[in-house]
Design a protein around this ligand. Structure first.
Ligand SMILES: NC(=O)c1ccc[n+]([C@@H]2O[C@H](COP(=O)([O-])OP(=O)(O)OC[C@H]3O[C@@H](n4cnc5c(N)ncnc54)[C@H](OP(=O)(O)O)[C@@H]3O)[C@@H](O)[C@H]2O)c1
Length: 272
């Protein structure tokens, strides 16, 4: 457990990506802990008690001054499949100028272990490269920082297997395994870290069990009372090889509690 920081925080805490899967879970936790929250989003949204929205785009470097102004703690949860290093760079440039005292960054397990050596690697796994580059931006920002790497959230796995299950025959990347984690548990940890002292790269947060990809798909199909044939497909490239070696897993950090089965039981209500 991280000890709460002794310094009181009167200014709002900035949550980038506070409208996303993870950020949406971070915001109410900060409110419950008694903090005002500012959310950076690309779209206009209506604020509510203790929650203010600021329009900005981290890729374009727009609106960041207004978002960061007067904040001391930033939880950087904004992200997309591409360009997270640019988002981080634009954010830290402003944050360093105003002297933010804690930047908390979310990254992904395997960011440092999935090699991007070819165009094929980059096309399929460039996300991991951009997360590692974003981590490095944070390290070199001159700001006090904390980075947490998490495995894939249940929500992302659900989105992926739902899309795959629409196909009459499901191609399954051979040898791929995942260790999905509950986004709410990641949000709990991020808030705990944000309210503690900057801690650098902290131990990974991974879900309670490692699953074969086919097992995750089968669980989804079963929960929907569906059947689909699956065919293993061997993906080319060094990054896919690293995936087959389990570079995206953290079995020694299986500290997540909620299982894929529990998540499915609650969430799989819509037909495929
Ligand atoms: N999903 C996973 O399995 C997983 C696992 C490990 C780590 N992570 C990391 O956790 C973070 C959050 O993931 P998530 O699944 O919650 O993502 P998400 O649901 O796709 O949400 C992405 C968030 O980022 C914001 N965003 C995207 N591009 C932006 C830009 N150019 N400027 C400002 N805001 C931008 C979006 O805000 P608006 O659309 O409102 O502008 C949205 O709030 C990401 O950094 C991701 O890499 C995710």
């Amino acid at each position: 457990m991280t000890e709460p920081t002794s310094k009181p925080v009167a200014s709002p805490i900035l949550v980038t990506g506070g409208t996303g899967t993870l950020g949406q879970l971070v915001v109410p936790r900060l409110r419950d802990a008694g903090f005002d929250v500012r959310v950076l989003s690309r779209q206009i949204r209506k604020g509510r008690e203790g929650i203010e929205f600021v329009i900005g785009d981290l890729d374009r470097g727009e609106g960041i001054d207004a978002a960061v102004d007067g904040t001391e703690i930033i939880l950087h949860c904004a992200g997309s499949t591409k360009g997270d290093q640019d988002k981080a760079r634009n954010l830290v440039r402003v944050a360093a100028r105003v002297g933010v005292r804690h930047l908390v960054n979310i990254s992904v397990v395997g960011a440092d272990r999935i090699p991007i050596a070819s165009g094929i690697d980059r096309a399929m796994f460039g996300y991991f490269e951009s997360k590692l580059a974003a981590e490095e931006v944070v390290v070199h920002s001159g700001l006090p920082w904390t980075t947490l790497r998490a495995t894939q959230f249940h929500d992302l796995i659900l989105m992926t297997v739902r899309a795959m299950a629409r196909l009459p025959l499901i191609p399954v990347p051979a040898g791929f395994r995942f260790q999905p984690v509950e986004a709410g548990e990641v949000a709990d940890r991020l808030v705990e870290l944000a309210l503690g002292d900057p801690a650098g790269l902290v131990p990974d947060l991974a879900g309670p069990r490692v699953y074969e990809m086919a097992e995750l798909i089968r669980g989804y199909l079963r929960a929907n009372d569906k059947r689909r044939p699956m065919i293993p497909v061997r993906l080319p490239g060094k990054a896919a090889h690293a995936f087959r070696d389990g570079a995206n897993l953290a079995p020694d950090r299986a500290v997540g509690i909620r299982t894929w089965e529990d998540f499915l039981a609650d969430r799989v209500l819509q037909p495929i």
